[in-house]
Design a protein. Sequence first.
Length: 299
Amino acid sequence: MNIFMVRTRLQSLIIEEIISVEKVSPYILVVCYFDHKNEDAPEVYATYDTIKKNAVFSIDVFANDKFLKNVAKYILVQMIASSTKGKVFLAGVDSFTFALAAKLFPFAQINTFDDGSYNVLKHSKYFCETPLVRPGLKGLLSKLLFPKGGAKYLRSRSKRHYTVFADLENIVEKDRVMTLQWDWSKLLDQRDLDKLPAQVSAILLGTAFQDFNECQQTKLRQKAVELVDSTDLYIMHPREKLWLNHEKVIRLNSPAEAVLNYMQGVSKDQLTVYHYDTTAAYSLRNHKDIKFIDLLGDD
């Protein structure tokens, strides 16, 4: 029995592609949340539907649950995969609780896949090589079991990594990387076309502000407020909470890459995209008619 772990819309799209390309079946789906089931926009969970309905069953994991409870859940799925000679697929290699469970099954096959810009930015937490700095049991176990950190351990355990970032260095060596044949245009949801302006020259992409501390959130939101009037469209991040009431602010079902590719094709001119270290800046980096400006660059 195979195991897939999903936390974001991008992850769900990649999982769907892996299942199609590798003919992975049967499988159990582990759906990860931070706090509760309705913390993200409905459009995020809508992309889970296909992989969820084809799963044998699914298990929910909440990051805020008790530490031992989550370790027990991960031990269970590892046990199922190991006893049936299945594979485990996950994107979040920084998951300490999963790393701890994986330590108990040294021969289980673990495969990884992209989770956005964290996979290609060398200073991201996915490249961390230090133990978890935390008091109590978690800190002690991290130092004893993962002296170079849980992310380093799970990277070393990855048998194969699936990526949408062709020709970019990732969390494992090239001989363990498989590039998925990715066509963003096929992921454009037709329901979104009626929401898009006829002509666009500048777009502002939102972010999941809740992932930043309060001081950073204030600064980043202020940048958006200053820019929104000079752009044609503000596309909310899939996990962004509604905070800005403005006629240019919309939430879409399609991935940002699909929309940007479409809008540039319609306008024929260069498209300027303001963003907060968006994954699209890496996946569309070779698109000569889209200029990305990172608003995190000044911080």
